[in-house]
Ligand binder design. Structure first.
Ligand SMILES: Cc1cc2nc3c(=O)[nH]c(=O)nc-3n(C[C@H](O)[C@H](O)[C@H](O)COP(=O)(O)OP(=O)(O)OC[C@H]3O[C@@H](n4cnc5c(N)ncnc54)[C@H](O)[C@@H]3O)c2cc1C
Length: 408
């Protein structure tokens, strides 16, 4: 053990995971966070930690790394409503845990605060509201830089029981999907835009109108939230003595935008590498890059289809569930290596990703924010217009919008 302190840029999931593992191993750890608190990048929105890309249950994996998943609130799900583009609703399900919903933000039960507590208990020092140059840090865990896609959501009170719906709909969520998550009386309706749009709030209003039509929500809006995702594959994960982890290392699923599992895993692996237990670059390439590449190929295929393709995918998913008796088998197969994917990778790289040299000298193949298509322009429904007006009134009386078009 050396006395030399480890400096980490960013007190989000990846940075805090690294801090917990290092501090528990007796290292002196300093974490520098530009915002006032961990989780402040998000504002109480729900996110799902997937449990299908790798075989160990993720919470068991976290426990084996010394990161206690009981330090934050989570709700397990083994079933979702799947809304097809033609509004048919079916239910993929599994006997195991498919995913867990956690809250992101600064409240005590949020995952960001749970990991912060563990890092502090382990002896790490966190400097909030501080600026530190990346050159002075060993681990770069500062989240996304550019935008490849954005998500907009509304958080509301509801009396609907706990529930998750995933909707594949190219009109309401251009090139992507929308979702409804309800946990203990609080709901989130979110739409993801993988094509850049003007007046993005109309997509959220129309999406809310859709969910209101299909579920008894008794919705009472609280606030509007959102964020951007940066999808890129760098040429290096360890560069000039620094470890790039989480979204700062481009470790995010190109297909669904999931990144929490990769953030916690990569933060832990960087810490293990510093402790001499593994080679970070090699471990990331072995464990995570095949998954990220598969997700990029899936995204490349998805970018080619509209609602007709989404419908086919949803039907195939249900057919596969009937055949195998497990709805998660389809999700797992989306990430499995295959000759078909190997052939598609160079095509995906060439036609979907653009090379960019970053200020720190790394070269990334990143997915640019795609342009809007003609079919993205449509007249909003009367219901969506009234939802937009309802939000304007609530906003004027003091409700918060924590992410706007200009943030992307
Ligand atoms: C709207 C939305 C919904 C999402 N939903 C899901 C989901 O359902 N499931 C899922 O798995 N993933 C989801 N993601 C992705 C997930 O949030 C990220 O992949 C994950 O948070 C990445 O962790 P990280 O540690 O890299 O970044 P973060 O957890 O964001 O932490 C980065 C930290 O670095 C700080 N920082 C930034 N710049 C600096 C700087 N210069 N100096 C110091 N600190 C800095 C930030 O303030 C932040 O606290 C979603 C993302 C968005 C935007």
């Amino acid at each position: 053990m050396t006395d030399q302190a480890i400096h980490i840029l960013g007190a989000g999931l990846s940075g805090l995971s690294a801090a917990i593992v290092l501090a528990n191993a007796g290292k002196k750890v300093h974490v520098y966070e530009v915002r006032k608190d961990s989780g402040a990048r998000f504002d109480g929105d729900f996110q799902g930690i997937e449990n299908w890309t790798s075989s160990p249950d993720f919470f068991d994996e976290m426990k084996s790394w010394g990161i206690d998943p009981n330090s934050f609130k989570s709700n397990e799900f083994n079933v979702v409503d799947l809304a097809h583009p033609d509004d048919v609703i079916t239910q993929p399900k599994t006997e195991n845990i498919a995913f867990r919903v956690v809250e992101r933000g600064t409240d005590e039960h949020c995952i960001d605060q749970g990991l912060k507590k563990l890092a502090l208990e382990a002896g790490a020092t966190i400097h909030y509201g501080s600026k530190k140059s990346p050159e002075e840090c060993d681990i770069i865990a500062a989240g996304p830089k550019d935008s490849s896609a954005v998500a907009f959501g509304e958080i509301f009170h509801t009396d609907h029981p706990n529930h998750v719906t995933l909707q594949l709909n190219d009109k309401l969520a251009p090139g992507a999907y929308s979702y409804l998550i309800i946990i203990d009386g609080v709901g989130l309706i979110c739409t993801c835009l993988w094509r850049q749009q003007k007046r993005s709030s109309r997509y959220l209003n129309e999406t809310i109108a859709w969910y209101e039509e299909h579920y008894k929500l008794n919705r009472k809006p609280i606030k509007r939230v959102g964020g951007k995702g940066d999808f890129s594959l760098p040429n290096k994960y360890f560069h000039e003595g620094r470890y790039y982890v989480g979204e700062a290392g481009g470790l995010q699923d190109f297909m669904w935008g999931f990144g929490m599992r990769y953030a916690i895993t990569s933060g832990t692996l960087a810490a293990h590498s510093i402790l001499g237990k593994c080679d970070y670059e090699a471990e990331i390439r072995k464990r995570l890059i095949p998954l990220v590449k598969s997700s990029a190929i899936n995204r490349f295929l998805l970018n080619r289809v509209g609602n007709r393709g989404f419908k086919l995918a949803a039907r195939y998913w249900m057919w596969d569930q009937k055949r195998r008796g497990d709805g998660l088998a389809f999700m797992r197969r989306l990430y499995a290596p295959s000759i078909f994917r190997n052939i598609l990778w160079p095509i995906t790289k060439l036609s979907m990703l653009k090379r960019k040299k970053l200020d720190d000298g790394r070269v990334v193949s990143r997915m640019p924010f795609r342009k809007a298509l003609k079919r993205d322009i449509w007249e909003p429904s009367a219901k969506a217009v009234s939802i937009g007006k309802q939000w304007d009134d609530i906003r004027k009386s003091g409700a918060k919008t924590s992410f706007t078009e200009s943030d992307s």
